[in-house]
Design a protein around this ligand. Structure first.
Ligand code: GRF
Length: 199
C-alpha cells in the first residue's frame, strides 16, 4: 500500500480534487494507493469536514501551540511518519498548506514532497500571486505543481497549467480561473507519482 498524506490549512479544494480522483479512478485497486490522512495546521480548516465525510482520518497540529518552527515541523514529521510503511514511504502532498517548512523537514521528505503554487513559477513565488500577475500586466497566469526543496516555491516543476488574464480581472476572478486548473493538474501529478506512469 502506498499512503498519500495531504496537508492543508484552509478550504482544501485541491485536497478534495485529489480525493475525488482517487475514488473515481480507483487508485487503491489499480495502484495500491490511498489517501491515508489529511493533516491541518488549523482546527478551523474547512477541508477537514470534507475529509471526515469521506472517512479519511484527520488530524490538526496547531502551529500556534509550538514554541518554534522547528518543533512544529518535528511534530508534523512524526505524524506523517505513522503513515510511512517499511518498504513504502508516504507521498506528502501540500495542498494550500500555508506554512514555510524548515530545511530539516524538507530534507526528511525530499523526493516525496510536492506542492501546488498558484503562479507560473519561477514567476511570483510567495503570496498574493494573482494581484501581482495583474499588476505586472501579465497576459497569462497559472499554477505549478513542483517538488519541494529548501528554497520556497522553487523546486523542480512537475506540471503547469496556463490561463489568460482578462482585462476586467480582479485577483478573485483570476484566482477562481487558476483554481479550476489546479483541480485538474494536481490529481494528475499525484496519480502519476503513485502509479509510476509518466506524464
Ligand atoms: C490554492 O490556490 C493553492 O494553490 C494555494 O492556496 C489555494 C488554496 O486552495 N496555495 P485550497 O485550500 O486547495 O482550496
Amino acid at each position: 500500500m502506498k499512503n498519500i498524506v495531504i496537508l492543508i490549512s484552509g478550504g482544501g479544494s485541491n485536497m478534495a480534487s485529489i480525493v475525488r480522483a482517487a475514488q473515481t479512478q480507483a487508485w487503491e485497486k489499480h495502484f495500491g494507493a490511498r489517501i491515508a490522512a489529511v493533516i491541518s495546521n488549523r482546527h478551523d480548516a474547512q477541508g477537514l469536514g470534507f475529509a471526515q465525510k469521506q472517512g479519511i482520518p484527520t488530524q490538526t497540529i496547531d502551529h500556534k501551540t509550538f514554541a518554534s518552527r522547528a518543533s512544529f515541523d518535528q511534530a508534523l514529521a512524526v505524524a506523517i511518519s505513522h503513515y510511512d510503511l517499511p518498504d513504502q514511504p508516504a507521498l506528502v502532498v501540500l495542498a494550500g498548506f500555508m506554512r514555510i517548512l524548515t530545511p530539516a523537514f524538507v530534507a526528511q521528505f525530499e523526493g516525496r514532497l510536492i506542492n501546488i503554487h498558484p503562479s507560473l513559477l519561477p514567476a511570483f513565488p510567495g503570496l498574493h500571486t494573482h494581484q501581482r500577475a495583474i499588476d505586472a500586466g501579465c497576459q497569462f497566469a497559472g499554477a505549478t505543481v513542483h517538488r519541494v526543496t529548501a528554497e520556497l516555491d522553487f523546486g523542480p516543476i512537475l506540471a503547469q497549467a496556463v490561463v489568460p488574464v482578462l482585462p476586467q480581472d480582479t485577483d478573485k476572478s483570476l484566482a477562481d480561473r487558476v483554481l479550476t486548473q489546479e483541480h485538474l493538474i494536481y490529481p494528475r501529478v499525484v496519480r502519476a507519482l503513485v502509479s509510476g506512469e509518466t506524464f
